[in-house]
Design a binder for this molecule. Structure first.
Ligand SMILES: C[S@@+](CC[C@H](N)C(=O)[O-])C[C@H]1O[C@@H](n2cnc3c(N)ncnc32)[C@H](O)[C@@H]1O
Length: 290
């Protein structure tokens, strides 16, 4: 799911309640995951079980754009149930700080953590894109998959995400806009003290959503039975609302970088410790050999 239906930027509490209800309903049934798998086919990363457009090509691109080193800190903004950040943390031997506005999502992400990384290498918290609660310059990379569009103030969200990036660190996020529309990300990046390093086109993304939305519509009765009327209705509303816009949609993966302003900054970024978190062990004992 890229966003809940009819959600224009809403107060965090209401947004959290809506996503709590979605994540609770989704956890009761395998139907949503099965429909994602059908829509993505061979590109579906089953283990990640994202509620987003996250497929194998995206995972590969995220890993490549982040340029993380073992032991560095990765933030997953709007992490949902944590699959994207956990998969990346394991693959890159990173430490993970995930956050989401939904307490239900955070609880589910926390519960999944041990399947991906050793205890103490991932922490999840309830926080929002406009108030992350991590210290300035405290992460070496950040991802945000299909959550950024839900920020009440996107320019403020870029500034807040930029605030937590160490010098040289990158924020890699999915964005979408109408084809032909002038992007605002250069301006938003500049205002946050960041530079646009890459814009990777994701030409297959709109067609994936089209397949998924049609599957939701075709399985409307099953969705109602397995998720309940309210959630099914939300999803169907989203499907009907989004389908007509998909042919004109341009989806990208944007990489923003905080410049290395000081000569010693690369070393500083490499050796920076993550924000203190309960249960942290020595970095070396927690690295996975992937
Ligand atoms: C479409 S889901 C994507 C989840 C995850 N990134 C993934 O790929 O599976 C969007 C997530 O963003 C969260 N979210 C929405 N608005 C947010 C905000 N302002 N701050 C933090 N999280 C938010 C929702 O609770 C939801 O879990």
């Amino acid at each position: 799911m890229t966003r809940l239906p009819a959600i224009t930027p809403a107060p965090a509490v209401r947004l959290a309640a809506q996503f709590d209800a979605f994540h609770t309903a989704r956890a009761r049934s395998t139907l949503v995951a099965r429909l994602y798998a059908t829509a993505m086919g061979d590109d579906y990363p089953h283990e990640v079980a994202a509620s987003s457009s996250c497929d194998w090509p995206l995972l590969g691109l995220l890993a490549a754009r982040l340029r993380l080193r073992p032991g560095q800190v990765l933030a997953d903004a709007g992490c949902g149930t944590g699959g994207v950040g956990l998969w990346l943390a394991r693959a890159l031997a990173a430490r993970l700080e995930g956050f989401d506005v939904s307490p239900v999502a955070v609880a589910q992400a926390t519960a999944r953590s041990g399947r991906f990384v050793p205890a103490g290498r991932a922490a999840f918290r309830v926080a929002s894109l406009d108030d992350i609660g991590l210290p300035d310059r405290s992460v070496h990379g950040a991802v945000c998959v299909d959550a950024f569009a839900l920020a009440a103030d996107r320019a403020a969200a870029v500034r807040e995400l930029g605030r937590i990036l160490a010098p040289g660190a990158r924020l890699v996020l999915t964005r979408a806009l109408r084809r032909g529309a002038a992007p605002v990300w250069e301006e938003q990046a500049r205002a946050a003290g960041l530079v646009v390093e890459h814009v990777d086109e994701r030409p297959a993304e709109p067609a994936m959503w089209a397949r998924l939305y049609r599957l939701w519509i075709d399985h409307a009765d099953e969705l109602r039975r397995e998720l309940g009327d309210d959630q099914a209705q939300n999803m169907l509303h989203e499907a009907h609302r989004m389908l007509p816009a998909l042919p004109g949609r341009r989806a990208v993966l944007l990489t923003l970088r905080r410049p290395l302003t000081e000569p010693e900054a690369p070393e500083a970024a490499d050796t920076m410790t993550r924000p203190a978190s309960a249960g942290d062990g020595p970095a070396t004992s927690e690295r996975t050999p992937q």
